[in-house]
Design a binder for this molecule. Structure first.
Ligand SMILES: C[S@@+](CC[C@H](N)C(=O)[O-])C[C@H]1O[C@@H](n2cnc3c(N)ncnc32)[C@H](O)[C@@H]1O
Length: 289
């Protein structure tokens, strides 16, 4: 029903249908108090498609020939992609100073290292990891891959381009800017080619294990600031997928506001000097709660 501005209100029933549909696809939980946020973010889609109300939009998402593309656009409108280089320095210090020496020893025979940045957004996290690997000087001549995945194709395109402005660099030490970026325009830098050579990106929905086939077994998974958008069952699905993918003894690094309490008993909590991380036990063990 159009109102003053010509934009239709989302009814409670439309909110429930759209919210459940989004949750079923990607596990993102739109909280009950976010009806107006959802309405505001999806209004431009109704306008773009010439639809008069949210019921018509729901039917479009379910049945139209273009429904897959539109679902991606809707998810895009509803997700948050906040990220930047060298986010959460204490954890990165633990990674560099304590995990990397271990990994150098563990993988000395294969000289192979895999890191998965799950929910990588526009690539800052994956490139940061590659810069830390380079900084350590431990992996030259190794087969190294930092693989970033995300559900949003738009952020993946930005990640592949590898060009950034000042906001992405707000926590990056100046010496790292000088060492790992080249200037490509006013206030615009690009990640240097030797770092890019270690990094790749791919599309992946963390709620859909079938699409994880292209991700090879990681030694370390960064899954930071992604679980916060899911409810408990959706978080547990992601953690099961990460657990299955990780090599035995491999590590999981979450965002600073996230933990596995009441979510998974599969991982061991490891107290490093600078931070806490999770580890998949060497010989299986653990069990779901
Ligand atoms: C806030 S960003 C975090 C970026 C980065 N990990 C960091 O901590 O800086 C969360 C990312 O998770 C992605 N995401 C949300 N749901 C997802 C899903 N079901 N599968 C894969 N990625 C998802 C979003 O598209 C977004 O880019």
């Amino acid at each position: 029903m159009p109102f003053d501005t010509g934009r239709p209100e989302m009814t409670a029933e439309e909110f429930r249908l759209l919210r459940d549909f989004v949750y079923g696809h990607c596990g993102i939980l739109v909280r009950d108090d976010m009806k107006y946020v959802m309405q505001r973010r999806l209004w431009p889609r109704l306008e773009a498609l010439g639809l008069t109300d949210f019921s018509a939009y729901y039917r479009y998402l379910r049945f139209d020939a273009q429904r897959r593309a539109e679902l991606e656009t809707a998810i895009e409108a509803l997700t948050t992609h906040e990220t930047y280089f060298f986010r959460e320095p204490r954890q990165l210090k633990a990674f560099s100073e304590e995990l990397l020496p271990q990994l150098e020893r563990r993988n000395a025979r294969t000289k192979r290292l895999r890191v998965w940045s799950a929910g990588c957004s526009s690539g800052e996290e994956a490139y940061t990891v590659a810069m830390l690997l380079k900084d350590s000087g431990r992996f030259e001549g190794w087969d190294v891959e930092v693989h970033g995945t995300d559900i949003s194709r738009r952020v993946l395109a930005a990640a592949r381009q590898g060009e950034y402005g000042p906001s992405a660099l707000r926590a990056t030490p100046p010496d790292k800017v000088a060492r790992y970026f080249v200037h490509v325009g006013p206030n615009r830098v690009r990640v240097r080619d030797d770092i890019r050579a270690w990094v790749s990106f791919g599309h992946h929905n963390l709620q859909d294990p079938d699409t994880a086939l292209h991700i090879s077994r990681p030694d370390v998974v960064f899954c930071r600031n992604v679980l916060i958008y899911f409810d408990t069952p959706a978080r547990q699905r992601v953690l099961r997928l990460i657990y299955d993918k990780l090599v035995p003894g491999g590590h999981l690094l979450l965002g600073h506001s996230e933990n596995l309490i009441n979510l998974s008993a599969d991982f061991e909590l490891v107290h490093l000097r600078s931070d806490l991380v999770y580890r998949k036990p060497e010989l299986g063990g653990g069990g779901s709660p």
